[in-house]
Design a protein around this ligand. Sequence first.
Ligand code: C5P
Length: 415
Amino acid sequence: MSITETFFTESAHFAGKHVHLAVTGSVAAYKACELLRAFKKAGLYVSVTVSTGAQHFVQPKLFEALGAIPVYTDSFGGTEDCFAHLEPGTRAQVFVVAPASANAIASLAQGRCDRLFAAQALAYAGPLVIAPAMNPKMYAHPALQQNLKTLSERGVMIVKPQTGVSACGDEGEGRLAHLAEIFWTSLKALALQDMTGLDVLITLGPTREHWDSVRFLSNPSSGRMGMSLALASWMRGAKVHLVQGPGVEFPTPQDFQVVPVQTAKEMYQAARELWPSMDIGMFCAAVADFSPVPYQNGKSKFKKQGVTGPFQLTLQRNPDILLELANDRRPSQKILAFAAETTPDMESLVNLAQEKCKQKHADLLVANRVNPEETTFGSLNNQVCVVNAKGCGEIWPLLNKTEVAWRLCTWLLQA
Ligand code: C5P
């Protein structure tokens, strides 16, 4: 998935905020252009500094062409404005160094201002995000690790590199993190931390119920709504625990706890184990209500030979995960439930939502229509009706799922 198609690039939530992006000397410097595009798409104002090292790999003009204003270069004492080192500091709300080379990290850790981006960082008091990228041997070196520790202790947000093969062919930890994670971390730095200290359980995606060793019953849920809720909660400071159905393959921040499951029963087991230590449960998964009694215990493939007419599968009820956990809740635990219904119009959805909110003991219930002509499965947008435990409801306009998620977190905190 390209970063510009990922979560929160469509959200107007951060529009108008100012990010300063410093690009330093690494083969991954070209990736900063994609990061800039994502910031621009999300409506952020972006200024850029391209260090001398980075200019060996990318031209400053490219950042200008992609909409960065201004683009500073490292000609400190040259043609730059004599106060260029102070400017981002007075305007930017987040300062992102991506990629951050070993040299850049050393400069930041020691507070050196031998290069323009480092002087700019020194003259800046707001949140700093750095995304290291370098050869795995350099990354593993104690000197580098010590510098990272110093920065982390100072409150710098470090987006850890990925493990893989680096440009030179060496294998290990050092590849620039997934761009989406750098993007989301930058937005997190801008967000109000009103979910700090909360553990949030989110069930998401479909479940698969096998009726023989290779065939299953399922549904087209993409997990997009659940992932939007997960990212919104995380950006606002929560610790996120996902119990995730099959086929949900979005990149996630590295500190998400993810339990992958296949069936409704597995989802129930995983959610049940986590639930006692959670503060919030968001039950977003499109759980199969029934599972077939599998042919030969699911050990072999059912043969069609000899079957000429219809044949029957026997279905049995699956546990209602949300209801079971809601029955076991502590009074302080909050529950967000979903309902997907086919209804003639949004108004009739409100009545259904009110009933279901009571029936499921939820604090908030979000209902959306899944009529064949306008299903929200897999789409970027969602029109929902939201009701609370007191029966008060609202129909929201068609919104991007990330915006729906952001608003739901706000409502849930107040519920
Ligand atoms: O009863 P219904 O399927 O409409 O309820 C939908 C809500 O219940 C959703 O929040 C869904 O995640 C949850 N659910 C569940 N376990 C099931 C069925 C639904 O947790 N077996």
